[in-house]
Design a protein around this ligand. Structure first.
Ligand SMILES: O=P(O)(O)OC[C@H]1O[C@H](O)[C@H](O)[C@@H](O)[C@@H]1O
Length: 297
C-alpha cells in the first residue's frame, strides 16, 4: 500500500491525447481519456490493474480505443442507423468545470466531470441536441463510479430515444477461471442467434466459446469472480437494467485488428446497459445512470 495525496491530474497520454488521472491516498487510481470519455485504467490499492486494455489498442481518432470502458451512446451495437455503438466513444469530450450543482450528488471521492455536446456535423447524423455529462469518481476506498446525466436540450420540441452501455472490459487471469453471478433464471437476447430470447438455466455463467448475450432486467448487483487471481469485482448499477456479457473467443478475436490473437483469454466484457427498453427524453427532460465497480463488497 502506498500513501500519497489524493489528486486530479490532467496530462497527455498515448499519441498526445489528453487524459485525466485520479489518485486516492491509499494508492488506487483511475485514468480516463477525454477522447470517448474512455476509462483506460483502474488500479486497486495494491497497484493491480482491474481493467483490460488491448496491447494493440489504437489511440488514433476516429478509431475507438479497444478495451477499457467505452461509452456506448446513443446506439448500442447496430440497433439503429448510426455506426456500431454510436458516436460518444469516438468524440472529444471536454472537462466541465461548472456542472450545475444539482446534476450530481456531492461525493468525497476524487472526480472529474466530462461533457459531450453534439457538433453541427453530429447533428447531421443524429439530429438531436443534448448534453451528456459523465462524472468519473474514485472513492476513498478505491471504487470506480461512473454517473451519467443525459439531457434533451432540443428547443424545437422533439423527443429523442437512445440505447446505452458502459462497455466495461475487465482484466482476468484467464477466461477459463472466470464466473459471472447474478444472471440465474434471467431472460437474455443471444447476439449470436439474431437476438433470439432465451432463459438462462445456469446459476453461474462460465465461458468456453464465443459468448455475446444481453441479459435483461438483471439485479442491481452482478459479480465477476476470477479464481485465477482470487479477485471478485462487484458491478452495481442504477438506471441500467440490462447487462451484456461478451467474449469474442479465438476465431472472432482473429478478426479484431486491435486485439492480439490470444488476448480474448485475458478479458471479459460485462456491460451495464439500457438496451431492451430504449430511453426516451422529452425536451428539457434528463436521464441518469450509475455504475459502481468495487472489489470490496
Ligand atoms: O468491436 P466493437 O464495435 O467495439 O464491439 C465489441 C462488442 O461489443 C458488445 O459487447 C457487443 O455485444 C458485441 O457484439 C461486440 O462485438
Amino acid at each position: 500500500t502506498t500513501t500519497g495525496n489524493k489528486s486530479v491530474e490532467v496530462t497527455k497520454g498515448i499519441n498526445g491525447l489528453e487524459k485525466v488521472i485520479l489518485r486516492q491516498t491509499h494508492g488506487s487510481s483511475v485514468e480516463v481519456y477525454l477522447y470517448g470519455a474512455h476509462v483506460t485504467s483502474w488500479k486497486n490499492e495494491q497497484g493491480e490493474e482491474l481493467i483490460f486494455l488491448s496491447s494493440k489498442a489504437i489511440f488514433s481518432p476516429p478509431k475507438p480505443i479497444r478495451g477499457g470502458i467505452p461509452t456506448v451512446f446513443p446506439q448500442f451495437s447496430n440497433l439503429g442507423s448510426l455506426q456500431s455503438h454510436g458516436f460518444a466513444r469516438n468524440r472529444f469530450w471536454t472537462i466541465d468545470n461548472k456542472p450545475s450543482p444539482d446534476t450530481f450528488k456531492v461525493t468525497n471521492g476524487v472526480f472529474v466531470d466530462l461533457l459531450l455536446k453534439p457538433t453541427e456535423e453530429d447533428l447531421k447524423i443524429w439530429p438531436h441536441r443534448f448534453e451528456f455529462r459523465m462524472r468519473v469518481t474514485l472513492t476513498p476506498g478505491g471504487d470506480l463510479v461512473l454517473t451519467s446525466c443525459i439531457r434533451n436540450t432540443d428547443d424545437v420540441g422533439k423527443p429523442f430515444t437512445f440505447t446505452f452501455a458502459h462497455h466495461t472490459y475487465f482484466s482476468v487471469s484467464n477466461i477459463s477461471e472466470v464466473e459471472v453471478k447474478g444472471m440465474a433464471k434471467l431472460d437474455y437476447l443471444d447476439n449470436l442467434q439474431n437476438r433470439t430470447r432465451f432463459t438462462e438455466t445456469k446459476d453461474t455463467i462460465t465461458i468456453d466459446s464465443e459468448f455475446d448475450r444481453i441479459y435483461l432486467s438483471t439485479p442491481k448487483k452482478v459479480a465477476v469472480l476470477d479464481h485465477g487471481n482470487k479477485r471478485t469485482v462487484f458491478v452495481r448499477k442504477d438506471g441500467l437494467p440490462d447487462a451484456v456479457v461478451w467474449n469474442p473467443w479465438e476465431k472472432k478475436a482473429k478478426t479484431i485488428v486491435d486485439l492480439r490473437e490470444d488476448e480474448y483469454k485475458y478479458m471479459i466484457a460485462v456491460e451495464a446497459a439500457a438496451i431492451e427498453k430504449p430511453v426516451t427524453l422529452q425536451p428539457g427532460e434528463e436521464w441518469k445512470g450509475r455504475l459502481e465497480l468495487s472489489t470490496r463488497h
